[in-house]
Design a binder for this molecule. Sequence first.
Ligand code: NDP
Length: 492
Amino acid sequence: MKQVATRTHTEQYDAYIGGKWVSAGKRFPVYDPSTEEVIAEAADCGPSEVDRAVAAARAAFDSGGWPQTTAQERGRILFRLADKIRQNAAELAELEARNCGKPIVEAEFDIADVATCFEYYGGLATKIMGHVNPVPDNALSLSLREPMGVAAQIIPWNYPLLMAAWKLAPALSAGCACVLKPAEQTPLTALHMAKWLEEVGLPPGVVNIITGYGETAGAPLVQHKGVDKVAFTGSAAVGKGIQKAAADTLKRVTLELGGKSPNIFFADADFEAAIDGALFGVFINQGEVCSAGSRVLVEKKIYSRFVEAMTEKARKIKLGPPLSRDTKMGPVVSKEQYDRVRSYQELGKKEAKLATGGGRPGGFPSGYYVEPTIFYDVDNTARIAREEIFGPVAAVIPFENETDAIRIANDSNYGLAAAVWSRDIFKALRAVKAIRAGIVWVNHMQPTYVEAPWGGYKQSGFGRELGPWGIEEYLETKQVHINLNEQPIGWY
Ligand code: NDP
């Protein structure tokens, strides 16, 4: 078993504000969820650091310096940041895996995606274009695209640096200034990246990173009068509060929230691929994925065989320390998340039948490890079928036919993602049209590309990230009317 080299010292981080490292006077501990040990301490920011960070962002934006940088220059800065991330990919992946518990191999994919995201939006900076509007008068009517201003960006812990990139890259490309708040559990890679921001040419104040808790750092940031836009990724419960808090100053808001995504298997699907797809859909990243295929809908004709095969393969999933290269599932991120997943495992035993898992695995004296768990004969009204668990827990639900499958799939408050498995392209496409979700995969689940839109229907949020859609969320449209007549208007 090849191990990646580990660090032993505890690093201390301040907040990154106005291009400087700023002490908040106190720090909070950051853990390695595989050992439960403190591996770093980060600034416990509160309202006064939020004020400073927003002031720095406002100054960078209002001075006109950053928004008036040429698109080429903004693009080059993002390319340089992407290069820096690639050059330091091994170190970042190790830090990410240690801090959030994901297997190192998955962390390496994440970091590669981070670099690609900055590169993509570096390229898009020079493609932001306005319009000439075909008005009927002797006038030139233009639509200009302008950066929205100062963006508050609040992110979760499951893909820490990738979520930071999904927020920062389009905002910077558009010419916005940012205040980023990583999740309290996983601030390390974003802080690590901050060390390079000046070097790649970002003026001070364009990106500020404040660490801290949701209530004391996140809430004042959302309420702050100096913020023009809030981009939030996290739970639906917190998202609802953010929308209310942002309403007082009518901030623009985008919400990327949770899901309870159906992964639908028709009897004519490629069986082996289907089993892999069901496991990958729900267990990748310990199931801590907003688009996790946590409702596994299986046609009755193949149901028993499917549950059996899925269970057999799930039992072989290799749990282990995040830094071991053969680990397929690490610990969940925190004690709080561990308790949450464990409580749903116990609830599931009352609501449905347990096929495998359902507890803490043996052989791990410490760390927030939970067994990959499959419940079957789950009714779609059960709490384990309706509530987002955000851990490795699958609810397998039988269905009769196509109509039944679509009915169950859409019977959810969420609408982030779904997948359909079938060799019948007509059936698959009918399902694609009928499913109310922002992302629908056919014969796969989870591939995500910076070129394609990401976001939810229903209570999975609104707004879209990634692709050209992502940059739209950071742009305002200004209409300009230029009168080409030399005579007075002649009304009075
Ligand atoms: P939370 O909603 O608990 O937290 C998300 C972020 O919001 C954290 O930075 C948190 O800070 C902050 N926060 C908490 N309370 C407030 C508040 N009152 N005001 C402002 N900010 C606040 O989600 P988790 O971190 O637990 O992440 C899991 C959730 O994220 C899941 O529901 C998942 O589905 C969703 N998610 C959605 C994605 C999507 O693209 N749709 C992608 C990834 C995750 P702190 O942690 O410091 O308390």
